[in-house]
Design a protein around this ligand. Structure first.
Ligand code: IPE
Ligand code: IPE
Ligand code: MG
Length: 254
């Protein structure tokens, strides 16, 4: 029906949800209305992943750099996140969706941290879909933190510097245990990664669309997945005898 090969879906999709402000501006509305409408796109994409059986979804909701926005917008974003966590919890529990957080809790307002921890705790046994919320997240900060934690383990004698491998380093990242993203989607037509998953995106396929995040609903998501399924994932090697979808599958097994 949606012309997707259900056996060749990405295991992990990560999304830079951008364009809420422009969506509102086009309608002469306050930017906050754009963020509110964007929350409905979050719900739509989470539902799609759950229905399709995609096991990991990471959503970039608030970057380290977003603190530089006017305090009124930052406050509204926290208020919206808290409201969203409260309203979505019943559906998350009902559909078997686990919520995790990547980023620093420190700095997030206490009442929002409480709701976030509550949702994380109450959904921690669920495994139909894992939704990682990147909140107060920065890719460079995540790598710095991992380097610091590894250095501490060297100092305490747990590891020697020579033991560091990519796999070991990954285990110090917020995303430990999660496969690297196969597909990164950015809405609103910006061709940049804005400090998102810098380590993890090494071989992710990038999909950039002009569609603004509040307009990105199921149809747009399916279009991104169809585009992904046409890609030839090579991982630096050369295949002579495989179709593109076989190569996609080879990638998600890495
Ligand atoms: C994305 O939309 C949401 C966040 C970064 C929190 P923006 O608020 O960045 O919207 P634009 O880019 O100004 O249109
Ligand atoms: C990236 O969007 C961050 C999130 C979607 C949370 P931004 O709007 O903050 O990124 P820039 O400023 O365009 O790079
Ligand atoms: Mg933006």
């Amino acid at each position: 029906m949606h012309q997707l090969d259900v056996d060749q879906l990405p295991r992990h999709v990560a999304i830079i949800m951008d364009g809420n402000g422009r969506w509102a501006k086009k309608r002469f509305l306050n930017r906050i209305v754009g963020h509110e409408e964007g929350a409905n796109s979050v719900r739509a994409v989470v539902r799609s992943c759950r229905e399709l059986g995609i096991p990991y979804l990471t959503l970039y909701a608030f970057s380290k750099e977003n603190w530089q926005r006017p305090p009124s917008e930052v406050d509204a974003l926290w208020h919206l996140l808290k409201k969203f966590l409260i309203s979505e919890l019943p559906e998350l529990l009902d559909k078997g969706i686990r919520v995790c957080h990547i980023g620093d809790l420190e700095g997030i307002p206490d009442d929002v941290v409480r709701e976030l921890l509550k949702v994380i705790e109450q959904t921690k046994h669920l495994d139909r879909l894992v939704v990682n919320l990147a909140v107060n997240y920065g890719g460079r900060q995540e790598i710095e933190r991992a380097a610091r934690l590894f250095a501490e383990d060297v100092r305490s004698g747990r590891y020697s510097p020579e033991e560091l491998s990519g796999e070991l380093f990954s285990s110090y990242l917020f995303t430990r245990g999660t496969p690297d993203p196969d597909l990164i989607i950015r809405t609103s037509g910006e061709y940049r990664v804005s400090n998102f998953l810098l380590w993890q995106l090494a071989y992710a396929e990038l999909y950039i669309t002009d569609v603004l995040w509040p307009d990105f609903r199921e149809e747009e998501f399916l279009a991104a997945l169809r585009d992904y399924q046409k890609r030839e994932r090579r991982f630096g090697t050369y295949y002579d005898d495989q179709t593109p979808t076989q190569r996609c599958a080879a990638g998600s097994q890495q």
